[in-house]
Structure formats: structure tokens, C-alpha cells
Design a binder for this molecule. Structure first.
Ligand code: SF4
Length: 244
């Protein structure tokens, strides 16, 4: 892919290949995650595991940009949520981390409102294909005042998104799947390869590392008080949120 080639779909698949550079990055993150979980998977902090993966993706992205200056055109900034109207794929670990962040950062009434937004969006989007979800143009339930309310805990897929042109983001929102987007592919591909590797490393420990639809997964994480304990025990507690 050329550096600025847009992804083939609005919320496209991770580079799931196990060959080439994406495969190498995926494999490196798989090993790192598996080793982090090895001493005692029940004691590993999700914040540390996911924070480490995000840091790895950031450092690798910076290193792989080399002499390219394309990223200097990235138009993303705080308070801009035009891209947050699509299906997002997460791991169970990420959904649990977001739910934990919400519980810790919100007052009880705010948490109830967040829970209600997640449930309402899930009712309107459950079972939709990625394409049909984009066509709804509905915002992510975690976006508040056009900003991500879980920014420090946002999933890796969200961290992969970037745009070289704000006007193209607006056009894509007006006409989903219109092929308007122009992105920097290094951030996009590296971060998604790390996300795939994280899922692999988690699955190596017989934990559910499957790809999940975010709204459904966070609803499960919020509504199931012992979701994390059951997930750590190897239960497929997020099975209803799985995507292909
Ligand atoms: S979690 Fe945050 S960054 Fe990701 S889609 Fe939702 S609002 Fe956007």
C-alpha cells in the first residue's frame, strides 16, 4: 500500500496476515502479551497489558515513519469525532478495560447515562454488518460533546485511525463508505497488527482473544458484574459480541 492509500472499507479489517511486516509486528506483540500473562494471568493488570500494547504501537509507528513527513499532515485533534460513527472491533480485554475506566472515572449518575447510551446504541446496531453500521451514521455511545470520553482507555483500533484531511472525514460522514478518506497507513497498519498480536497472545493463555463488536462487548462488560473474573477463568462471556 502507498502511505496514504485509504483502507478498503470504512472500518476495514485488521491486517490479519501472518506474513510480511504486519505478520512480524503481530508476532512480536503476541510474544510480549503471552509473556506478560505467563507468570500469573489472573494477576496481570489489563491497564498495564493494554497500555504496553498501545505504547509499543506508538513507538513502532514513530520508528517506521523513517524519513516520511506524511504524518505531519494528520488533521486529528481533541474534540473531533467525525470518525467515531462506525463499527469498532475490540478484544474482550479492551472492553473490560473501557468498562473499568468508566466505572472509575464517572459518578454513579454519569455511569448510568453511559450505560443507557451503550444499551440504546446496541439495540439499534446489533447484528448489522460493518457496512450497514456505517450507513446508520450513529455516533459511538462513548462520544460525549464530540470527544471520546474514554480517550486514555480507548481501544487499539481507535488509536489506529487518523486522517490527513478533516473535510474528507466530514464528507465520509455525510456519505458513508464513499471512499473519501485519506489516511497515513503506517499508524493504521502498525496499530492494527499490534491489536491482532495482542488477541493472539491472550488466546495463547486460553483466554477469549476473539474479535468483538465494541458496543455489544462493552454492554456485556458493564452489565455483567463478574465479567472480568469469568473472562479470566476462561469463560466465553463475550461470545454474543463476536464478529467474523
Ligand atoms: S471509543 Fe472513543 S475513539 Fe473509539 S469510536 Fe468511541 S468515541 Fe471514538
Amino acid at each position: 500500500m502507498s502511505p496514504a492509500e485509504r483502507p478498503p472499507l470504512h472500518e476495514s479489517e485488521a491486517p490479519d496476515s501472518t506474513s510480511g511486516l504486519a505478520g512480524f509486528i503481530r508476532s512480536a506483540e503476541r510474544r510480549t502479551a503471552a509473556e506478560a500473562l505467563a507468570p500469573n494471568r489472573d494477576a496481570v493488570s489489563l491497564e498495564a497489558l493494554l497500555g504496553g500494547a498501545a505504547e509499543f504501537a506508538t513507538q513502532l509507528t514513530d520508528a517506521m515513519r523513517g524519513e516520511s513527513r506524511l504524518h505531519e499532515r494528520i488533521a486529528c485533534q481533541a474534540g473531533c469525532g467525525w470518525c467515531c460513527h462506525v463499527q469498532v472491533v475490540v478484544s474482550a480485554a479492551e472492553a473490560l478495560h473501557v468498562a473499568d475506566y468508566l466505572r472509575k472515572s464517572l459518578r454513579p449518575d454519569e455511569l448510568e447515562r453511559a450505560r443507557a447510551r451503550v444499551a440504546a446504541l446496541h439495540e439499534r446496531t446489533r447484528g448489522l454488518s460493518r457496512e450497514a453500521r456505517a450507513d446508520t451514521r450513529l455516533p459511538c455511545a462513548l462520544m460525549v460533546d464530540f470527544s471520546c470520553s474514554v480517550h486514555p482507555a480507548r481501544p487499539l483500533r481507535c488509536r489506529s485511525w487518523n486522517s490527513l484531511d478533516l473535510e474528507r472525514c466530514k464528507a465520509e460522514h455525510e456519505q458513508p463508505r464513499g471512499g473519501h478518506l485519506e489516511i497515513e497507513n503506517v499508524q493504521w497498519e502498525v496499530t492494527r497488527a499490534v491489536a491482532a498480536g495482542l488477541g493472539d497472545g491472550i488466546a495463547e493463555h486460553r483466554l477469549d482473544g476473539a474479535r468483538l463488536e465494541m458496543t455489544a462487548a462493552i454492554r456485556i462488560a458493564l452489565d455483567t458484574p463478574d465479567a472480568e473474573a469469568r473472562w479470566r477463568a476462561g469463560e466465553a462471556v463475550f461470545a454474543a459480541a463476536a464478529v467474523e
